[in-house]
Write a protein that binds this ligand. Structure first.
Ligand code: C2E
Ligand code: CA
Ligand code: CA
Ligand code: CA
Length: 275
């Protein structure tokens, strides 16, 4: 029989110990989850204000665990990043999102989140090229969401990679804008097509507030730099009205819709439905 090992070890901090065990379990489970098809993508609409239409959807990763149910990405993505599994997982996300979006109306885009680990050795570029060709999806309809923290290390290689992707027609969005060590320098040197203003500014948008002034300045800046704008985490009609007045182009948030599974999207399929 197998030894029960350190069953009687002294536990210094039960909460900490439990957290460690939980992480260990998730790490083990993550490895089989991909092979067992336990990951799925949900899609949240990107709503265009001028036309009141859906401009596209952001793909958001979910893990349907056989025992624990639906697990949100904040729980497992950090672990997948530490173990390097995020590279394989990120490739799956790209392929899945593009093959799904290939069935959408032709004027709709799909936004895909990218992890820093995917950027090393031009992996992201290779993954995108291969996913585009497997799905036949038009590069111009793909938006990659990048955070500022991803750009801080190895700027040169990342810059060259994003430029190559951009040259293919892929659109690059700066995610969570305003939360990192925002450097306006990034806006100048990287080929961004779009700025996603973080939810924390939208939450405090009331008229005359600092947040509202910041949003106004960001929208103005984006306009002058020819970048599209989207506000994240819009939850109330008041926020929506303010963003409309300020001239933000797109909004995303629970007010419009949460992320939903692919078969619940409010769209007419153009191509053949996925099996
Ligand atoms: P994110 O990219 O900033 O995505 C926005 C998050 O805000 C999503 O959480 C979304 O469900 C949530 N959200 C949308 N509207 C509202 C709202 O009105 N109010 C509030 N309170 N929240 C709203 P989610 O799906 O749990 O994803 C969390 C984070 O996990 C994402 O943040 C992203 O950083 C990461 N993530 C998700 N999918 C992927 C993926 O495929 N690859 C990678 N590398 N990261 C992913
Ligand atoms: Ca995002
Ligand atoms: Ca975001
Ligand atoms: Ca975020």
């Amino acid at each position: 029989a197998k030894s029960r090992g350190r069953g009687s070890a002294i536990i210094y901090d039960p909460a900490m110990e439990e957290l460690k065990q939980e992480r260990g379990r998730i790490e083990l489970d993550l490895r089989s989850a991909l092979a067992n098809g336990e990951f799925e993508l949900h899609y949240q609409p990107l709503h265009e204000l001028a036309t009141d239409r859906i401009a596209g959807f952001e793909a958001l990763l979910r893990w349907r665990h056989p025992e624990r149910g639906l697990i949100p990405p904040d729980v497992f993505i950090p672990i997948a990043e530490q173990t390097g599994l995020i590279v394989t997982l990120g490739e799956w996300v790209l392929r899945e999102a593009l093959s799904e979006a290939a069935t959408w109306p032709e004027d709709m885009t799909v936004a895909v989140n990218v992890s820093p680990a995917q950027m090393t050795d031009f992996t992201l570029l290779k993954q995108v090229i291969s996913a585009l060709s497997a799905s036949g999806f038009d590069a111009h309809r793909l938006e990659l969401e990048i955070t500022e923290t991803m750009l801080m290390q190895e700027c040169d290689e990342h810059l060259r990679q994003l430029e190559r992707l951009h040259a293919l027609g892929v659109r690059i969005a700066l995610d969570d804008f305003g939360t990192g060590y925002s450097s306006l320098n990034y806006l100048r040197s990287f080929p961004f097509d779009k700025i996603k203003i973080d939810r924390c500014f939208i939450t405090e948008i009331s008229a005359g507030s600092e947040s509202s002034a910041i949003i106004e300045a960001v929208l103005d800046l984006a306009n002058k730099l020819n970048m599209q704008t989207i506000a994240e985490g819009v939850e109330s009609e008041e926020q929506l009205a303010s963003l409309r007045t300020l001239g933000c182009e797109q909004v995303q948030g629970y007010l419009i819709s949460k992320a939903v599974p692919a078969d619940m999207l409010p769209i007419e399929r153009s191509g053949a439905r996925k099996i």
